[in-house]
Design a protein around this ligand. Structure first.
Ligand code: UT7
Length: 318
């Protein structure tokens, strides 16, 4: 077999994001459930989050974020030949979001598949895109993390309703002479699969918060360190650390144990909430927009969540 036209490397060419316009503050939530701003800020770190209205779908948000990343990349729809959407909150399982979003963006007949690895989904999807470009099975890939968690929440359950939110983030991945996406470190702990679940199609998202908290603050910093090691990067060389935005205490614990002393640590959860598969690209795209990180620096991204699953890799910031 002759393998033709494989790229020496792949990199993230551009990012984009979208958040619904409706801001929900902690005080707003306290009007309808037994909670308060002090508890939410001190235990989770969230001040406010975005919630999409009934008429705004996950595909709408994914299309917005994907369109922005595509525009920022300087490529056209015709240049994209693979679309991957990472999500765990589709309203309906069929059709997949990726084919719908690709069609809406005018991308003609790309490969299109969704990834469900919950809050780790974007990092899994990015690894798949990187491999596809390097293997020659795709030239340019649109990778989107999008969630409408609000439609899977029990709005009377204060242990989940105050945490999760809606939004989307996207990246365009294309060929590069030098690799701009490091080897992924991924894995799962299916023995803890009950800790975050939607028990059946009539139910809502349920979480054993403390079980997940303990796991996240003890099992993930070695994954973060290994992702750096596999990329040949010392944590001190990182310009940014962008973990899944689940809880500010978890973010700060992993960052401390990682020892990325020169990195800007993403704290997007404060104003975006926990948007599952959207949180990593949403956070990085917003950090870039605010000028907190610069193009060309190295970022460690790390997803973790239901499954339980995790995945992380070092990338060059576009
Ligand atoms: O994105 C997927 C991955 N998910 C995660 O990484 C989540 C990990 N877990 C967490 O972030 C935290 O465990 C939570 C934020 C979910 C909960 O924080 P916690 O510090 O573990 O609180 P807790 O569940 O131990 O609850 C402490 C108390 C309880 O009251 P009692 O039994 O001590 O009287 C809860 O009923 O806080 C109460 N509580 C609340 N009080 C006010 C729970 N939720 C709320 C609330 N407002 N929203």
């Amino acid at each position: 077999m002759r393998i033709l036209d494989t790229a020496p490397g792949a990199k993230v060419l551009a990012l984009g994001h979208y958040q619904p316009s409706q801001v929900v503050t902690n005080d707003d939530l306290a009007k309808t459930m037994d909670t308060n701003d002090e508890w939410i800020q001190s235990r989770v770190g969230i001040k406010e989050r975005r919630v999409a209205p009934d008429g705004e779908t996950l595909e709408d948000m994914a299309t917005q974020a994907g369109g922005k990343a595509l525009a920022a990349s300087g490529l056209s729809a015709a240049d994209i030949d693979l679309v991957i959407v990472a999500t765990c909150t589709l309203e309906s399982q069929i059709p997949n979001a990726s084919a719908v979003v690709a069609h809406r963006l005018g991308i003609d007949s790309p490969g299109a598949f969704d990834v469900n690895a919950a809050c780790s989904g974007f990092c899994y999807a990015l690894a798949a895109a990187d491999a596809a470009v390097r293997a020659g099975s795709a030239t340019n890939v649109l990778v989107i993390g999008a969630e409408k968690l609000s439609q899977w929440l029990d709005w009377t359950d204060r242990s989940t309703a105050v945490i999760f939110a809606d939004g989307a983030g996207a990246a365009v991945v294309g060929p590069s002479d030098t690799p701009g996406i490091g080897p992924v470190v991924w894995g799962s702990s299916g023995d803890k699969s009950e800790a975050i679940r939607i028990p059946d199609r009539h139910d809502s998202l349920r979480q054993e918060g403390q079980t997940v908290f303990r796991w996240a603050t003890t099992a993930l910093h070695p994954v973060a360190k290994l992702a750096c090691e596999r990329a040949g990067v010392d944590p001190s060389e990182l310009a940014a650390f962008v973990p899944h935005q689940a809880n500010l205490r978890i973010i700060e614990s992993i960052a401390r144990k990682l020892g990325a002393d020169n990195a800007v640590v993403a704290r997007d959860i404060v104003t975006a909430g926990n948007t599952s598969a959207a949180s990593v690209p949403l956070a990085l795209s917003r950090m870039l927009e605010r000028g907190e990180v610069r193009s060309g620096g190295l970022a460690l991204i790390l997803g973790f969540g239901a499954g339980l699953t995790y995945a992380g890799q070092v990338i060059e910031i576009p």
